[in-house]
Design a binder for this molecule. Structure first.
Ligand code: DAH
Length: 362
């Protein structure tokens, strides 16, 4: 290369730099290790020895010029595109979160475990024996109609055995088989838990599971969840039941929430009750100012059932009802959850719609 060729190359380089588009990282492109300036400087040894001094000066000058132009450009169009502000907060990766009903189940579990209950799970496709018969509902008993049951299409292996209320185990499915159903309630866990503990109280169970019924509207889904409490020991009374319900109401809905029990009928408890919790909007008064409370209308929300375990149920689990007594309660997780302060979920089907716009709110 000759000096004049070098001068033309330098001019070209400077012109090229001034014409660069705004997004280009000119510092790396021109002044970087493998940049255009270094490429140019590499021609130095190919020049005639007498030209090298002048060439060296020219190259030094262009370096200063390039530096100045790049610096000027960084001031006006901003720094190179590779420039990173390490103090900026990072981009959060999109991660999922626990479904609101799973959150509610975890909370219910925590509340009962705190007072000595053990969380258990039992089959959600179960023998008729555990779902109905061991709960004091012999075959063809009209009380079964309340549970709109899905039956599983497997051959019924039940052999005709005469029902004996004093010895319901005579029809135990492990001995005689029976129909399979999708569990209509978590009460199927009651006799299963008695069996798991070899019919030896104390029992303090909280069973949370999916349940299934032939129903579908704004307040019912074919699949839903229930939680079931069972306590069996010597000297258990309704007071223990009431105290447990009040404790749950306070823990789940907040201080000041109360429970109320009203007489009812279930085959598997005697006496039986319906359970209400006081409304957190009107604090159980039914009134907001002069008007009726729109959320509850009466001051209370009905949530589920409860009672003292029927002697036949204890017997079905191999426990002597003369020696032990117990209480039980059970109801839906979805309903319990949607009554929480601050939630207004009019249609519980939304919970299972998979609509992220809805679910992301929880
Ligand atoms: N299993 C009942 C239902 O699904 C609710 C229930 C009532 C559960 C009374 C209980 C009880 O444990 O004692 O409607």
């Amino acid at each position: 290369m000759t000096i004049s060729e070098l001068q033309t190359a330098i001019q070209d380089l400077v012109q090229q730099l001034t014409a660069e588009a705004p997004g280009v990282d000119v510092r790396t492109k021109y002044l970087g290790k493998k940049g255009l300036f270094n490429q140019l400087a590499r021609v130095l040894p190919s020049l005639a020895p007498e030209d090298r001094k002048t060439a060296g000066q020219l190259i030094n000058e262009v370096r200063t010029q390039l530096e100045a132009t790049v610096l000027e450009r960084e001031k006006t169009v901003g720094a190179s595109t590779n420039w990173v502000d390490v103090t900026m907060p990072g981009k959060k990766p999109a991660v999922g979160h626990v479904h609101p009903i799973s959150q509610a189940m975890a909370e219910i579990t925590r509340i009962f475990e705190k007072v000595g209950f053990t969380r258990v799970r039992y089959p959600e496709v179960d023998w008729d024996w555990y779902v109905f018969e061991s709960l004091n509902m012999p075959p063809d008993h009209p009380a079964r109609d309340e549970w709109e049951t899905f039956f599983v299409d497997v051959p019924d292996t039940t052999k005709p055995v005469e029902y004996d209320a004093n010895n319901p185990r005579k029809r135990h499915p492990s001995l005689v088989g029976g129909k399979m159903v999708l569990t209509t309630h978590t009460s199927n866990g009651q006799v299963r838990e008695m069996e798991r503990l070899n019919s030896t109280p104390p029992i303090r169970m909280i069973n949370i599971a999916r349940c299934y019924r032939r129903q579908q509207d704004a307040t019912h889904t074919q699949m839903f969840h229930q939680f079931e409490g069972l306590v069996v020991d010597k000297g258990i009374t309704i007071q223990h039941l009431k105290g447990t319900l009040d404790y749950f109401a306070r823990e789940f809905y907040g201080p000041g929430t109360k429970s109320r029990i009203r007489p009812f009928h279930f085959q598997f408890t005697e006496p039986s009750f319906e359970v209400d919790f006081s409304c957190h909007i009107c604090m159980g008064t039914g009134k907001v100012g002069e008007n009726k409370c729109k959320f509850c209308k009466s001051g209370w929300h009905e949530v589920g059932g409860a009672g003292m375990v029927h002697p036949n149920v204890l017997k079905a689990g191999g426990i002597d009802p003369e020696e032990y007594t117990g209480f039980a309660f059970g109801w839906g997780v979805e309903r319990t959850y949607t009554l929480k302060p601050g939630l207004h979920i009019d249609d519980i089907r939304l919970l299972y719609s998979g609509d992220m716009r809805f679910l992301e709110q929880f």
